[in-house]
Structure formats: C-alpha cells, structure tokens
Design a protein around this ligand. Structure first.
Ligand SMILES: [Zn+2]
Length: 150
C-alpha cells in the first residue's frame, strides 16, 4: 500500500514544489502518507506542529524561512518597519525554541524541515527530504533538522 498514490495527489506532489499555492507542509504530509506514515493534523501540542505522528512519538514542523527567521538565502530583513519585523520574527524564534524544549522534555521527538530544503536554489529533491524523514521516524533520535543544501 505504501506506494499507492492517487493521480490527483501525485500531480500535486510533482508540481507542488514549484507551485505558488502549494504549501510545503502539504507536500510533506502527502509524501509521508504515500510512504505509509499516518499522521494527525491538529494535535494539541506546544507550538502547534504541522504534522503529528503519535505512533512514532514524533512531530514535524515545516517552517517558512522568513517567518521563523532562518539563517539562509530565503530570509531577508524587510526594509520597511524594521523594528516591527525584528520584534515579530525574534518572538517567533523564541516560541519555536520554547515549543521544541517542551516537546522534547515530554518525550516527543521533534523534526524541523525548513522551506529552503524544499524550494529555491538550495532545495533538495523531495525524495531526499522524505527519505531523511522516514529514516528518522523509524530509527532516529530526538531531533532532526533539514535545511537547504549549503
Ligand atoms: Zn531557510
């Protein structure tokens, strides 16, 4: 069953990374599902993880590099309202860090997949990202981070 993907899903997966309206977390969800992983969307956990896999005691955050202030080519401080943006993005980073600490402290395993691993010039193939995720879910440790290529 793991390899069965309906044509609509397949076409979304294929076009997703370049498509303007396909959200990265949706791409990851569909690809994990296609590999046989079953997840929940709305689990009541710190930081509201995008994907939650209770069976594997694991959560996955798919972070937009701008909103979460990633140190990568997709992030640039806006020219207008610098104070507003600095406060906002630093606050987001604080919340991310606190959520990860709380989750780890309560026995959850935490993965962060950055947008730059999925789009732009540093992107990896979806297979590579999903393989890393799948390996981590099945055998990995407490923390996984996937960023774009250096
Ligand atoms: Zn990034």
């Amino acid at each position: 069953m793991a390899d069965v993907v309906d044509p609509a899903t397949r076409s979304r997966m294929m076009s997703g990374i370049r498509g303007k309206n396909t959200k990265p977390e949706l791409i990851i969800r569909k690809a994990l599902h296609a590999r046989g992983f079953r997840y929940r969307l709305h689990c009541d956990l710190p930081g509201k993880p995008d994907i939650c896999l209770p069976k594997h005691r694991a959560v996955i955050f798919v972070h937009g590099c701008f909103w979460h202030g990633h140190d990568c080519h997709l992030f640039k401080w806006p020219n207008s309202r610098p104070e507003f943006w600095r406060r906002k993005i630093e606050r987001n980073r604080e919340v991310d860090g606190e959520a990860a600490e709380l989750l780890l402290a309560t026995g959850w395993r935490v993965a962060t997949i950055w947008e730059c691993a999925l789009k732009g010039r540093t992107r990896r193939s979806l297979d590579e990202v999903i393989n890393q995720c799948a390996d981590w879910l099945l055998t990995g440790g407490s923390r996984l981070t996937i960023s774009g290529r250096k």
